[in-house]
Design a binder for this molecule. Structure first.
Ligand code: OSB
Ligand code: MG
Length: 382
């Protein structure tokens, strides 16, 4: 495997230092519309947040886990447990961020909990220097290409309406969720109406190898990729399926770390990888994975977990890293929430790009009265 370029050296040199106060908060924000997938329908985003206060600065991290284990095994409760009992106790002022993350390796799995703490620390370190996070990490600023993920709809007509709205807003590609019984005909209908649209389908693991012939029918519709058709923990069977399909496969749920990405690339299980920083243990791991993908000719993109503005801002900063070549699942705030807890929100320019916010850290600020409105729980943990 080619060598992966290293991240900035301050990671190995500068101690994190003392942090005056650390809190865990839970918020619940209603969605503008239910988000349906083959594994669950979500009506709101419930998220665990990490808040740090230090010398007048406030930094935030968001855990991408849901309250339920339907997308991934981690939940907001397991993440709270891991943070309180195993991860936060490792945070010592003398440690560098790189050393802290190595200590996290002793805790098996729980990538989403690890990422939430790393996110908050990166936001704090960047704010201490007054730099946007992408600058702190040495990524060149750029405008981020946006895509949209459309949940399972009740009817094909409703789906076509949603796709129409997305193309009118300027999204660079449309992802539609599919599941048994709502797949080939639904994709066909969208493709007929939008012959040139960059279109992909995400199954969230709804199929098995017994469905190979059925999935091969999707080859007729020039999809840019099919995301996670098989089980959430499979890499091998995807290699067998990919060998039978013309359409590139993309892995999401199955990829938790660099080793998984290496295995998927070596086995030819996919030709594209969806990198969610929360799922792979944080922004630094995600940036490394994007480089690994680039050096193997695998286009990568940044996925989303319907995050609040805190997590979405992180995903935007991340997409300045080399290797994020395809449009991600980062959509406008108004697609998810009537009101988000941060400012500025995410907007598409007319040409479907998102500007990286210029402020320090993640580039967004939490609005206190909005936080109060959606707050379920708050506790000090450090
Ligand atoms: O599979 O990519 C997925 C949202 C929640 C859980 C899983 C997925 C998604 C999305 C939406 O597709 C991505 C987004 O708009 O943030
Ligand atoms: Mg997915």
């Amino acid at each position: 495997m080619p060598e992966i370029e290293t991240l900035p050296d301050w990671l190995e040199k500068e101690p994190i230092g003392a942090i005056e106060k650390i809190e865990l908060l839970t918020v619940r924000l209603p969605f503008v519309a239910p988000f349906g997938t083959s594994v669950a329908v979500w009506n709101c985003k419930e998220a665990l947040l990490v808040r740090m206060e230090d010398h007048g600065l406030t930094a935030w991290g968001e855990c991408v886990a849901d309250p339920d284990p339907f997308y991934a095994s981690e939940t907001t409760s397991t993440a709270r447990h891991m943070l309180k009992d195993f991860l936060l106790p490792e945070l010592k002022p003398g440690l560098t961020l790189a050393a802290l993350l190595r200590r996290f390796d002793r805790v098996r799995g729980h990538q989403m909990a690890k990422a939430a703490l790393e996110n908050a620390l990166l936001d704090l370190l960047a704010k201490r220097r007054g730099l946007p996070l992408h600058t702190l990490l040495g990524f060149q600023p750029r405008r981020v290409m946006s895509g949209i993920s459309i949940g399972i709809q009740e009817t094909i007509a409703k789906l076509l309406e949603k796709v129409e709205e997305a193309t009118a807003s300027g999204y660079h590609r449309v992802k539609m969720k599919i599941q048994h019984g709502q797949d080939v005909e639904w994709v066909e209908a969208v493709r007929k109406r939008f012959p040139d649209l960059p279109l992909m389908a995400d199954a969230n693991g709804d199929y098995s190898l017994a469905d190979t012939a059925h999935l091969a029918r999707l080859d007729d519709f020039a999809l840019t990729m099919i995301e996670q058709p098989l089980s959430y923990h499979d890499i091998y069977q995807h290699s067998l399926l990919q060998a039978q399909l013309k359409t590139p496969l993309c892995l999401d749920e199955s990829i938790h770390d660099l080793g998984d990405a290496e295995a998927a690339i070596a086995l030819k299980s996919c030709r594209v990888i969806n990198i969610k920083q929360g799922r792979v243990g944080g922004v630094l791991a995600a940036a490394k994975m994007a480089r690994l993908c680039a050096s193997n000719g695998i286009p990568a993109w940044s996925g989303g977990m319907d995050e609040t503005g805190i997590g979405r801002a992180l995903n935007i900063q991340l997409q300045a890293a080399p290797g994020f070549i395809l449009p991600g699942d980062t959509s406008e705030t108004s697609r998810y929430f009537h009101e988000d807890i941060v400012e500025p929100g995410v907007f598409l320019a007319g040409d479907g790009f998102i500007e990286i916010p210029p402020g320090p850290g993640s580039g967004v600020e939490v609005v206190p009265e909005r936080l109060e409105r959606y707050l379920l729980h708050r506790e000090q943990v450090g």
